[in-house]
Design a protein around this ligand. Structure first.
Ligand code: PLP
Length: 333
């Protein structure tokens, strides 16, 4: 496969003391956005590298949140109509959608009953046309993180790419896979600015991998895949530290879990390494409707495998959590 990246005007220019920019057919009249953005988001990548301890050559930053990275992975590694991918289930819905869009068949492997990782079954679901195994940890919607050693074992035994979506890792006390970048060559770790970083509105995601893989991302992505305004806004929020609130959300999550466990309609609150709780209740559809009538929207996950009668509840502000818990406690009373 030949993948020649589009060479932007900004790529061909290498340094020098330029004061007149006549290379990219932009408008010369300044209005804040008349120039093309940096196609490689150099400043942002260096900042992310410094914050994560991963080398800048191992960082990809994409627009459209994590979705761009997910789609690019299928486009780099899978031949449409021929290759397949393996993913855990239940999990984040975008892997399956992106697989279908790329005409890649998706083999879903059910988690164990206790939501632990079915290491052997994942490996045996793969055949010679399996190019990617998708693992989400902490997993959405089950909320649990998988042991790092089990994921590394899969990467060692699988002759393809292992993607670990760590969108929620900042809310977990467990060890993440980020430290394995550079050591485990076939590993891609996904992160997002949307959750712990508090910037869902900006639509920006990250992928971390061996520089050779990141180089392929650069060949497949749209040349200017992130606007200058988004790059600047991300930098501004990172410098101001406006995301954060992580300790607060973790403490609210744990408080909420304990409170909900006492509600009569709640059968089980699953342990969470994320900023949401998966809760098993007596009648999820009825509770879901009742919460809506009372102005609270949660996610009904009852139709997902292993998740009958469950709701997924995002941790909100202390006031929002108090109100939600009190509504749930009063259900059926
Ligand atoms: C929320 C979420 C993301 C992030 O999506 P963005 O498109 O980056 O906002 C990625 N993976 C999982 C599992 C998620 O739940």
């Amino acid at each position: 496969m030949e993948l020649e990246p589009y060479s932007t005007a900004r790529d061909e220019f290498q340094g020098g003391d330029i004061s007149i920019w006549l290379d990219a057919n932009e408008s010369p009249y300044p209005n804040g956005v008349n120039r093309y953005p940096d196609p490689h988001q150099k400043k942002l990548k260096e900042r992310v590298a410094a914050l994560t301890g991963v080398a800048a050559e191992s960082v990809f930053i994409g627009g459209a949140g994590s979705d761009e990275a997910i789609d690019i992975i299928f486009r780099i590694f899978c031949t449409p109509g021929k290759d397949n991918a393996v993913a855990i289930a239940p999990s984040y819905g975008v892997y399956k959608v992106a697989a279908a869009v790329n005409d890649v068949s998706m083999r879903e492997v059910l988690l164990n009953e206790d939501f632990s990782l079915p290491v052997e079954r994942l490996l045996s679901a793969a055949d010679s046309h399996t190019k990617v195994i998708w693992i989400c940890s902490p997993n959405n919607p089950t909320g649990n993180a998988f042991p790092k050693e089990e994921i590394i074992e899969i990467a060692r035994k699988f002759n393809g790419i292992v993607v670990v979506d760590e969108a929620y890792a900042d809310f977990s006390g467990k060890e993440t896979l980020l430290g394995e970048i550079g050591k485990v060559k076939n590993l891609i770790v996904l992160r997002t600015f949307s959750k712990a970083w508090g910037m869902a509105g900006l639509r920006a995601g990250m992928a971390f991998a061996d520089p050779e893989i990141i180089e392929y991302f650069g060949r497949v992505k749209y040349p200017y895949n992130m606007s200058s305004m988004v790059q600047e806004e991300l930098m501004r929020h990172i410098e101001k530290g406006t995301g954060g609130h992580i300790p607060e959300i973790i403490s609210e999550r744990d408080k909420m879990a304990a409170e909900l466990a006492n509600a009569s309609c709640v059968e089980k609150v699953y342990p969470s390494d994320a900023n949401f709780l998966l809760v098993k209740v007596s009648d999820a559809d009825a509770l879901y409707d009742y919460l809506i009538i009372n102005g609270v929207i949660v996610r009904n996950r009852s139709r997902m495998p292993l998740c009958a009668d469950t709701l997924r509840i995002t941790v909100g502000t202390p006031d929002e959590n108090l109100r939600t818990v009190s509504l749930i406690k009063n259900f059926y009373e």
